[in-house]
Design a protein around this ligand. Structure first.
Ligand code: SF4
Length: 453
C-alpha cells in the first residue's frame, strides 16, 4: 500500500457501531416513544444490557469517553441509586417474559470506569438485576476494568457477583508514552491483575491497545504486541488514537507535535496487525483480534459476528437496553440515547420518566442499509440482491451507491461482481470507506468522525 493511497483515503468516516450513526439521532424519540418500543418487544426474545458508569478518579488525556473526575464516593453512590431506579422504570415497561421477567444474555459495564463502584456494591447491584431480569445461567457478564486501582479483593467481589469477562485498557507499555497521555500503568501491574482475574475464574480477557499516541513509534508497537501476546488475552482491540481537542478539551494537554503523522500511523497499524497475525491471532473486521479458540474467531466462520456500540461482538440479541447517563440502546424499532448531564438524567428518572434525550426510528430503507453495512463491516462482503429481497427493496435503489464504489474498485480496495461487493485483504483497513458508500446520512455528518486508519 503506497503512502499516496493512505493520503488519498485519509477521510473521516464513521466507525459504524450503529446505523444511522449517533450524530443523526434527534429529539423526536423521547421517553414516551421508548416506553412504547419496550412494551412492543417480543417477551420471549433475549436482551442485552449495557450500564454506563461515567466516573473516573483521574483523566487520561487521550480519553474519548463520556466521564467525570470525582474524588469522593458520594456522587458515584447517588448515581448508582438513579441507575437502579432506571432499571425499575425500564423493567416495568417491558412485557412479562418467562418467570415474569425477560431474559438477559449479555450484561456489559462500561464507562468511565465501572470499577469506581465499591466492591461491596457489586453483589447488591447484581441481586437487583436478577430480581428484574431473568439473567441466564450462561450469561456473559463483562466489566471494563481499570488495572491501576484493582486489588485481588476487589476482583474476588467481581467473581462473587458473577462477572466472567474483563476488558482492560492498556494503550502502551512505554513510560514516556504513558506520561504523554497521563496514564501511568506499568506492565507488571497489568500482568498481575490478569493473573488475579484468572485465579478468580474471570478467564475471558479482552485487552484494548492503541496506536497513533504521542511519542509512539514502530519499535514501541512491536514491544507492545509481544508483551501483550505473552499475557494471552482472548480478544484484543487495536484502536487508533483520535485527536479531537475541539470536542474533548483535555486532549489539548497532548502536544500535537508529538503525534505521529498519517504515514507513521499507517506503519504502526500495519505492523501491529501483521505481528498479531504472526502470533496466531485471527483478525476480526478491521480492528479486533481473537485467539483462534475464542467464540469471536469462530463467529467469523459461522456468520455470527455482529457490530454494536462495543465494536465487534458475538451478541445477537435483537435489543440492547442502555442504562446510565449518555447510554445508547437499540431495539428493533430504532436507537435511543439517554440524557448526558447527570442532573437531567437523574431528574427524569426521579420524575418517573425514561431519561431519553434523543434517538432515531428506523424505516425499511434504514434497516436495509444497516444490514448491508453490518455485512460489510463484519463479513467483508455483502450480497446486495439477497439483502434487497429480504427488505423488499428494488436493486436499482442501490445503483448510486455502487457508483460510489468505483474509485475504491480501481484502487483494489473492494471488488464488485454483479450484486456482490467484497472488501479485498488490501482494502480491509478501509472497510469503513466501503461501508460508507451505503450510508445515506453521510453527507450531513462529515467531519465529525475519526480517521479511517
Ligand atoms: S480510565 Fe478510561 S474512561 Fe477514565 S479517563 Fe481514562 S481512558 Fe477515560
Amino acid at each position: 500500500m503506497t503512502s499516496d493511497l493512505i493520503n488519498k483515503y485519509d477521510l473521516r468516516v464513521p466507525r459504524y457501531t450503529s446505523y444511522p450513526t449517533a450524530p443523526h439521532f434527534n429529539e423526536t424519540v423521547d421517553g414516551a416513544v421508548y416506553k412504547r418500543w419496550l412494551s412492543e418487544l417480543d417477551p420471549k426474545s433475549e436482551l442485552s444490557l449495557y450500564f454506563h458508569i461515567p466516573f473516573c478518579d483521574e483523566m487520561c488525556w487521550f480519553c474519548g469517553c463520556y466521564t467525570k473526575i470525582v474524588k469522593r464516593y458520594e456522587p458515584v453512590k447517588e448515581y448508582l441509586g438513579a441507575l437502579l431506579a432506571e432499571v425499575d422504570l425500564v423493567a416495568d415497561a417491558l412485557p412479562t417474559g418467562k418467570a415474569g421477567r425477560m431474559t438477559a444474555k449479555h450484561l456489559h459495564w462500561g464507562g468511565g470506569s465501572p470499577t469506581m463502584l465499591k466492591g461491596e456494591d457489586w453483589m447488591a447491584i447484581m441481586d437487583k438485576l436478577r430480581s428484574r431480569f431473568d439473567v441466564a445461567a450462561d450469561a456473559e457478564i463483562a466489566v471494563e476494568l481499570d488495572p491501576r486501582t484493582a486489588t485481588e479483593d476487589y476482583i474476588a467481589e467481581l467473581e462473587r457477583a458473577g462477572v466472567n469477562r474483563a476488558s482492560i485498557g492498556v494503550q502502551s507499555y512505554e513510560p514516556k508514552v504513558q506520561e504523554a497521555i497521563h496514564r501511568i500503568q506499568p506492565y507488571e501491574t497489568t500482568k498481575q491483575v490478569i493473573g488475579w482475574l484468572r485465579a478468580h475464574n474471570i478467564t475471558r480477557i479482552n485487552m484494548d491497545l492503541m496506536y497513533g499516541l504521542p511519542l509512539q513509534d514502530t519499535g514501541e508497537i512491536e514491544t507492545m504486541i509481544d508483551l501483550t501476546v505473552e499475557l494471552q488475552p482472548n480478544r484484543i482491540a487495536l484502536f487508533g488514537y483520535a485527536h479531537v481537542p475541539w470536542m474533548k478539551s483535555h486532549q489539548k494537554m497532548i502536544h500535537e507535535e508529538d503525534l505521529p503523522d498519517a504515514n507513521e500511523r499507517w506503519k504502526q497499524f500495519t505492523l501491529a496487525v501483521e505481528r498479531l497475525k504472526e502470533r496466531g491471532y485471527v483478525q476480526v473486521g478491521f480492528d479486533h483480534f481473537a485467539h483462534p479458540d475464542d467464540s469471536m474467531a469462530r463467529a467469523i466462520d459461522t456468520g455470527d459476528l455482529h457490530r454494536n456500540f462495543q465494536g465487534y461482538t458475538t451478541d445477537s440479541a435483537p435489543a440492547m437496553l442502555g442504562f446510565g447517563a449518555s447510554a445508547i440502546g437499540y431495539l428493533p424499532q430504532g436507537y435511543v440515547q439517554n440524557e448526558q448531564p447527570l442532573k437531567a438524567y437523574s431528574q427524569a428518572i426521579y420524575s418517573g420518566v425514561l431519561p431519553i434525550a434523543r434517538g432515531i426510528g428506523l424505516n425499511q430503507t434504514d434497516k436495509l442499509r444497516r444490514a448491508i453495512i453490518e455485512d460489510i463491516m463484519c463479513n467483508l462482503t455483502v450480497d446486495l440482491a439477497l439483502r434487497a429481497k429480504e427488505y423488499g427493496a428494488d436493486m436499482a435503489s442501490l445503483d448510486a451507491d455502487l457508483q460510489k464504489l468505483q474509485p475504491l474498485t480501481e484502487d483494489a480496495i473492494c471488488t464488485v461482481h454483479g450484486h456482490i461487493v467484497t472488501v479485498t485483504e488490501t482494502g480491509r483497513p478501509f472497510v469503513r470507506l466501503v461501508a460508507s458508500a451505503f450510508d445515506e446520512y453521510l453527507s450531513s455528518g462529515m467531519g465529525r468522525h475519526s480517521k479511517a486508519v
